[in-house]
Ligand binder design. Sequence first.
Ligand code: NIG
Ligand code: FE
Length: 419
Amino acid sequence: MNSGNEPTNSAPATAGPDTTNSAVAPEATAATLITNIAGLVTNDPPLGDGSPLGLIRDAAVVIEGDRVVWIGESSKAPATDNRVDVGGRAVIPGFVDSHSHLVFAGDRTAEFNARMSGRPYEAGGIRTTVAATRAATDAELEANLTRYLREALRQGTTTFETKSGYGLTVEDEARALRVAARHTDEVTYLGAHVVPAEHADDPAAYVALVTGEMLDACAPHARWIDVFCEEGAFDGDQARAILTAGKARGLHPRVHANQLSYGPGVRLAVELDAASADHCTHLTDEDVDALAHSATVATLLPGAEFSTRARWPDARRLLDAGATVALSTDCNPGSSFTSSMPFCVALAVRDMGMTPDEAVWSATAGGAAALRRTDVGRLTPGARADLVVLDAPSHVHLAYRPGVPLVTRVWRAGVPVVG
Ligand code: NIG
Ligand code: FE
């Protein structure tokens, strides 16, 4: 347990100004004091109660510009020009959705309907969205992306990653990344989502395109490279070739791994020091062990299992082994058409063996770890001022009150954007 006023040693350093000692209160400036917080999740254990969530009761936060500058008990808060009383509600860091596919057109209602009548989910459904996406204008793609981003923001997502993967030509992949890069720094090149119909007879030629001309066109617009390593998509050797080529161009790997079946994806992710292995639904003991002894985060996407009626990933097994677990939406029109991080938290608690505390950590700090970010996913001096106010006295209500729109106010980088 801790007074809440000591600098942190165990947590990674935050980006931003050197204001890591919360005992040094800032002078009264144009800062804003957010106070009367019943329970504040900081994700900084020593700053709070010593638990992974670093909880502080009866707390206050001071934000200035785009940063958090002070955190502590409300009775010790410094004077500021502006003051916001949240009325005894809970505050958490903005959600970090580290896995989405938001540059697409059309939807797949008919496919979902058929699945709910018993048809299995198959990787090949991606091609339906590829056809609709290729036919869309840039403006249509951007309008669609903006709509889902607003939807996510209203539900508390303040950082998100998104991918290409529904273009699958040099120009269509590059334009997807250009559109995405106008809205987030966390952009992922997923030319290797599936082999498009026109290359079905010669997958090797498509891999050559993905690692050659398409990579040349896409690398300048992306931070990450991803592969759908799965039966019906890309096998382990193809995935290794694609990720290795991306690494050589300065893109860092993340992998769609072990979603629909057991396979080499997770071990490949660990071998290549991917930031994240995503899905992790079908894991051997060796896969779990590899994740637990690596810096690769296991990102679980319960919206996908919900929407494909698949078996749940076993978060408990990963956590008990010592792996770092993130939760994300996987928002896409095929396997998981939800932008709601609160929904994913509730599913993870109900069906994947997570406690509410673990699920909230995974949806915030876990997502930040999966993006190798230290400036988001936590509320600590120096972090970006991304705060979510819940219409509830505790973060536990995210799981306790599933489906209820609890997010009432959101600040993103210090700017009030919801409420
Ligand atoms: O993460 N698994 C691969 N990609 C997506 C699904 C894409 C789609 O069905 O359109 C996923 O689930
Ligand atoms: Fe995905």
